[in-house]
Each structure stands twice: as C-alpha cells, then as structure tokens.
Design a protein around this ligand. Structure first.
Ligand code: ADP
Ligand code: MG
Length: 365
C-alpha cells in the first residue's frame, strides 16, 4: 500500500483503512501516531505494509525529485526482506535459522550483519545480568510465541526444565576478527526477535539516508526511527499508548527528531488460560512469561536496534529492577505501571532531558 499525500486531519495513525483495521486487530501495535494540522505542509510520501509478522510504515518529507511511492515501497520492502533473510527465526532459510540448525560447537563464521545483532544481544544480556537473553528461543517456542502456531496452553514443568537446560547467554561466545560465534551446546537456539524490528528500522533509515533524504520516519511495529521533521516542519510526534489489550488510547505524546524510540509491553502478544495472562516476554531465570506490574517500557536513544532490545530488557526486569537499571545506566526510559486498576506513568531521570517538551494528551500535564 502506498500513497502520496498532503492530508489534512487531526489525529492520524500510521496505517489507515484496511491496514489500520488489521493492525488494531493483530497482536502487534504501532506505537506511532502523529498529528497533522491543516496548515501548509511539505510534500509527503507514505508507504506501509506487512513485515516480520507485523506492519511497517515509512514517511518521507521532501523526497528527492523522481522518487515515487512505488519505488520507495519497493526499496523499503527489499531492505526489510534482506534483514529477515539474515536474522529471522521465522524464515527457515535465513542465516540465523541455518546457524540454529548447525550443531557444531566449533567456531562458526557469520556475516557481519548477523554478528552485530548477536553482539548487541550479548551486551544487553551482560547489562541485565541475563534477564535479556537471546538464547531464550527454546522457551519462546515452547510457550507458543515462536514461528510455530500458538498452543494457548502453558507447557508442563518438565518441558520448561528441558528447554531451560538449553538456555544461557554465557553458552555463546563471540569473536570479531573475522566475525564468528561458538556455542558451548550444539542445541543452542538464538532468537533475535526482541531486536529485529529495530534492526529493520535502522536499516531502512540508513537506506533513505544514502538517497539524501533528511526528513523521514520509519516505524516497524512499536519501534521507530525518526530523522529531521515532519511535513509541518516539527519533530515527529510519537504516541506512547496505555498498556491495554484491544484498545488504543494515547497515554502520552513524545516529540522525536533524529532519535529512535521503542515500546515493549505485555498487552498485545499474549494468551490467556484460566484467567491468567501469559505474555511473550520470558524470564530466562524461571522459564516462564514475566509477571510484574509493568505494563510497558519505552526507551529512546540513537539506534533503533539498541532501544528495541533495551525496551524488551526493561520489561523482563519488571517494575522495580527496570527503572533502577534505567536510572543507573542513564537511559531515557518511560514506564507505565499498573497500580491496582489505575495506570501510572513515569520517566527515568534522563527521559525528561531527552524529550524536553513531552506533553500529555487530553490536557493532563
Ligand atoms: P514486540 O514484538 O512486541 O515488539 P519485543 O521487542 O519486546 O516485542 O520482543 C519480544 C520477543 O523477544 C519475544 O516474542 C521473544 O521472541 C523474544 N524474547 C522473549 N523473552 C526474551 C528475553 N528474556 N530476552 C530476549 N528476548 C526475549
Ligand atoms: Mg524489543
């Protein structure tokens, strides 16, 4: 789907029409909403479509002469498909899937692109004392959040123990020159889904950069990278939603320019059994979905891959250790915690500095 537009409307979601409906119904959610006024606007090209089991949306302001929506869409999709062919566990032929099937415990050479993502995963694992762990894949799959269809049932304790035995980020060694990894267990299975949307957003953003584009916004589900300004010449307005299943209510709008922002939550991808919600974020210590009062965690920073991973990491750490790590590391993070029936949002000490003029919607400063 694509269009050229100079739309004049009050509040726009990144995807409209059929895509917007499918997006709202799907387990995934774009966190981006932007306000478009009725003043004179710069020319805008927008494309959107499905990717990585979710949706992407790209907006380009003041595109170079000759760039059509069709061309842009083709370039965006081939860039995202390239990322999928490198790091997706959903593509059985991807480099990562082949690596996961390789039972060798010797050094295995990997592409520099795949290496970079695994290395970022290991950096976040060290930072979070293993709360974030890219070897969590067997548990993700066991709980029905991987490439195979959801089971809708919690697995047995025995199955959880068996999968846990295969998990542990320290079972994975990295070597930079030339890029290679070594598994201490042949059945190690790496899952980079917590970083994938960010990798996609970074890569599309770099592709646009290379074409001399200076004002654009790239969203892959809840991970966004924005450059320059929107069609009104203002920072892109990104919405953090209330962490509520089946509802899209704006909690707070954050202006974003030359930054990346990512939200992870427990309110879109989960299943319920006997009145209990099981989320897709797994605690590698227990082998089970996280249980905490934290509804969502948002992180801002320079690179989408990094903030995507960190947002997931803060979710796994939960409502106490998440904010503590964010303060300790000077992250710009925003948390929404469930206090009984109310939702309470608060930023890390550096969040205010990063967003400067973050405003609350609905007149609640
Ligand atoms: P979303 O797809 O909602 O944007 P995230 O970026 O938060 O989600 O990533 C969630 C995915 O990360 C899960 O579906 C799973 O594949 C993977 N994952 C789950 N738990 C962990 C964990 N503890 N460490 C690293 N990755 C995880
Ligand atoms: Mg993530």
């Amino acid at each position: 789907m694509s269009r050229n537009q100079s739309a004049c409307s009050r509040l726009q979601h990144p995807a409209h029409g059929i895509l917007a409906r499918r997006l709202a119904q799907s387990a995934f959610m774009l966190a981006a909403i932007w306000l478009v006024g009725c003043e004179r606007e710069a020319p805008l090209i927008e494309v959107e479509g499905p990717t990585m089991g979710t949706y992407y949306s790209v907006k380009v302001v003041n595109a170079p002469a000759g760039l059509t929506a069709q061309t842009l869409q083709h370039e965006v999709e081939s860039t995202l498909n390239q990322v999928i062919s490198e790091i997706s566990t959903y593509d059985p032929n991807s480099e990562l899937s082949r690596l996961n099937r390789n039972p060798s415990t010797d050094w295995i050479p990997v592409s520099s692109n795949l290496f970079e993502v695994i290395a970022e995963g290991q950096r976040i694992a060290a930072l979070t004392d293993g709360a974030f762990d890219v070897t969590v894949g067997p548990l993700v799959n066991l709980w029905g959040f991987g490439p195979e269809a959801k089971t809708g049932e919690p697995p047995t304790p025995e199955a959880i123990q068996a999968a846990l035995a295969r998990v542990g980020w320290k079972n994975l060694e990295l070597r930079t020159e030339p890029p290679a990894i070594r598994k201490t267990r042949g059945d190690l299975y790496i899952d980079l889904s917590a970083l994938g949307e960010g990798v996609g957003a970074d890569r599309v953003s770099a592709m646009l950069d290379a074409q001399g584009i200076r004002h654009d916004m790239v969203a892959v589900a809840g991970t966004i990278r924005a450059k320059g300004y929107n069609a009104k010449g203002q920072p892109w307005s990104i919405a953090i939603e209330e962490p509520l299943p089946d509802q899209r209510i704006v909690h707070r709008i954050v202006p974003v320019s030359d930054r990346a922002i990512s939200t992870s939550g427990d309110y879109r991808n989960f299943f319920e059994k006997d009145g209990k919600r099981y989320s897709h974020e797994i605690d590698p210590k227990t082998g089970s979905p996280i249980e905490s009062h934290l509804g969502s965690a948002t992180v801002m920073g320079d690179r989408a891959m990094v903030v995507d991973g960190l947002a997931t990491a803060l979710m796994v750490l939960g409502d106490k250790r998440g904010p503590a790590l964010a303060a300790d590391q000077g992250l710009a993070a925003y948390f929404i915690v469930r206090d009984g029936t109310t939702l309470r949002g608060f930023g890390s000490p550096n969040f205010g500095n990063d967003t400067v003029s973050a405003i609350r919607q609905n007149g609640n400063p």
